[in-house]
Design a protein around this ligand. Structure first.
Ligand code: SAH
Length: 345
């Protein structure tokens, strides 16, 4: 059966024609799916029962159920564990900022990238999320919290550029006026550095912000913690980011997770500054979140501050990531893993 929520409006229009329905039905259905974000045909109240049955016989909406929900007492951050139509789980986090609500969504069930400090890889890779499931995370959270989410970050479980086509389709769908109408300037895509896809993304001419998970200033260190670096090294990936910044006129951000005695030395800060010279960038410093099995220790406050100071004095813009939802384990990958363990997977 066709996933009706993963269709562009013109594709939906074709389907409506096939069912010999009048044109205006396509827009009605599209709005229910994307503006309202309903999870079933029965909720489409301005559509007759006979037509709803016809839709039910031919299409499906891969709805997400809220399996678990945690609300931080410290800052109101909400973390969801969603159950997908096939029984898999993914996570998303909603954060409140001065400029509005941001959701961090997952892009795959699990991840293939194997980064040594990350929880998402531990539970293994199952499958890509469909465009409808990427969008469904926004709808589920928005409808549950009765808010409008304005900013999206693709920084949950999975590697967005490893699910390229679905992510691009999702971005175009959430940008549509008859859907969520989200400005692509308010979307951030975070990648571990799949260089071929960064160049492909440039060609899409979408005004999204690109964030690179760099985490180390040289190949020796980066390959030791991020297997993707064996394929595309530091110089190659930074070059691709420079090309992205040049073509889109958008500032590229770099994530740098600080792990005690691994990548937090003053020499690392100096080397990083040299690599990032010459274009408008921004470094987010994140003291690593310890994942039980990983045994990484976060850098001390002094080391983090020194690292930031070293970057700044070399002319590199750097901030230390504020931790939200620290009481609810808000960083991604951990809930799905615990759920799978509990189910004996
Ligand atoms: N695959 C994409 C997006 C998902 S990971 C990427 O690699 O960018 C989102 C961010 O969280 C990445 O910067 C990732 O390196 C970081 N991250 C993963 N595990 C972490 C941990 N234990 N502590 C701190 N940051 C972590």
């Amino acid at each position: 059966m066709t996933d009706i929520k993963s269709l562009y409006f013109n594709e939906l229009n074709e389907e409506v024609k096939k069912l010999a329905l009048p044109n205006f039905r396509a827009l009605q259905i599209y709005k229910w799916l994307h503006e309202a974000g309903v999870g079933s045909f029965d909720e489409m109240t301005n559509i007759s029962k006979t037509l709803r049955e016809k839709l039910n016989d031919n299409y499906f909406i891969p709805a997400l159920e809220i399996e678990d929900k945690f609300v931080s007492k410290l800052d109101g951050t909400v973390k969801y564990l969603f159950r997908l139509y096939d029984g898999e789980y993914v996570e998303a986090v909603v954060m409140k900022y001065k400029y509005g609500y941001t959701i961090c969504i997952s892009t795959q069930v699990g991840c293939k990238m194997g980064c040594k400090f990350c929880a998402s890889t531990l539970a293994g890779f199952k499958r890509n999320l469909l465009p409808s499931e990427l969008e469904g995370q926004i709808h589920a959270a928005q409808n549950d919290l009765k808010i409008r989410i304005s900013h999206i970050v693709l920084m949950g479980i999975g590697e967005p550029l490893d699910n390229y086509d679905n992510v691009i389709k999702f971005l175009r769908i959430i940008n549509s006026e008859n859907g969520l109408n989200i400005s692509l300037r308010d979307v951030t895509l975070s990648t571990c550095g799949i260089v071929s896809k960064i160049y492909k993304l440039i060609e899409e001419k979408l005004p999204i912000t690109l964030t690179l998970s760099l985490h180390a200033p040289n190949d020796k260190l980066r390959s030791a913690i991020m297997p993707v670096n064996d394929k595309w090294g530091v110089d190659e990936v930074v070059k691709a980011c420079k090309a992205y910044a040049k073509q889109t006129s958008r500032r590229v951000s770099f994530e740098y997770t600080l792990i005690k005695d691994v990548n937090d030395s003053p020499e690392c800060a100096k080397e990083l500054s040299q690599k990032l010279k010459g274009f408008i960038s921004h470094v987010n410093l994140i003291p690593v979140n310890d994942v039980e099995e990983r045994g990484n220790v976060r850098s001390g406050e002094q080391a983090v501050n020194n690292f930031q100071y070293a970057l700044k004095s070399n002319g590199i813009n750097a901030t230390i990531r504020r931790t939200l939802g620290s009481d609810i384990n808000a960083s991604c990958g951990q809930l799905r893993r615990k759920k799978n363990e509990a189910n004996g997977d």
